[in-house]
Ligand binder design. Structure first.
Ligand code: ZN
Length: 224
């Protein structure tokens, strides 16, 4: 696997790429567009480390598996082990903030949901988590007031702010560590705002995380 975590300032990062713990349905407007219901607690799922891939490289969508949706999300790089953690331990354990795509094979996910099966095949495939370099957390004034924007071929499709999260970062990570130990190099994805949609071969995306970072993907290709 060629993916390594990187910091935006190019300082060395020796955190090994680990699992990606994700939360679904964490923005009310996205819950509504998915015609889903808020279930009252965070909906967690995991992408393996092999899903991570640099955002700047061409995105690849699996062939013959139906629609592949983009979901732009604030990503947090974990710098210290966390298990059953207290809220006050969370912020100091975050090493960096970035932006990721929770790529989702939407047709397959619908089939799996209807059959009562887990989602991994729809969300955990190789390359299903393109991710930007990380901004060190010291440089971030307030994690809960950051704009998230995504343009598809120049058209603005997602325009949210992390203040719209149903479960905010600190309680979310506290909740996660009641189920899964987070290790240095693991990543937490915090959910997508509304405006998700299908990627097509040849598309280029531009993503922005407030004033912290702006990044372009490579053109989308078929096959992974
Ligand atoms: Zn997502």
């Amino acid at each position: 696997m060629s993916y390594r975590h990187q910091f935006l300032d190019n300082s060395p990062c020796d955190l090994p790429p680990g699992k990606v713990v994700c939360v679904g349905l964490n923005y009310a407007a996205h819950v509504a567009e998915m015609k889903s219901k808020n279930i009252g607690e965070p909906l967690l799922f995991i992408k393996p480390a092999t899903a991570l891939t640099p955002m700047q490289e061409p995105l690849r969508i699996p062939e013959g598996r139906g629609a592949c949706h983009f979901e732009s999300e604030m990503a947090l790089l974990i710098g210290q082990p966390l298990k059953n953690c207290k809220e006050e331990d969370v912020i100091k354990s975050i090493a960096g903030v970035g932006i990721a795509l929770d790529l989702t094979l939407r047709d397959l996910q619908k089939q799996l949901k209807a059959a009562g099966q887990p989602w991994e095949k729809a969300k955990g495939w190789d390359g299903a988590c393109p991710i930007s370099p990380f901004v060190k957390t010291e440089g971030v004034a307030d994690l809960q007031n950051v704009d998230i924007k995504l343009w598809q071929n120049g058209a603005l499709k997602q325009d949210g702010n992390t203040r719209q999260m149903i479960t905010q970062v600190v309680p979310l990570i506290t909740y996660i560590t009641q189920f899964f130990t987070l290790l240095p190099g693991d990543v937490v994805l915090t959910g997508t705002p509304e405006g998700v949609g299908p990627l097509e071969v040849g598309d280029a995306l531009e993503l922005e995380l407030g004033s912290l970072l702006k990044i372009n993907t490579g053109f989308v290709r078929s096959g992974n």
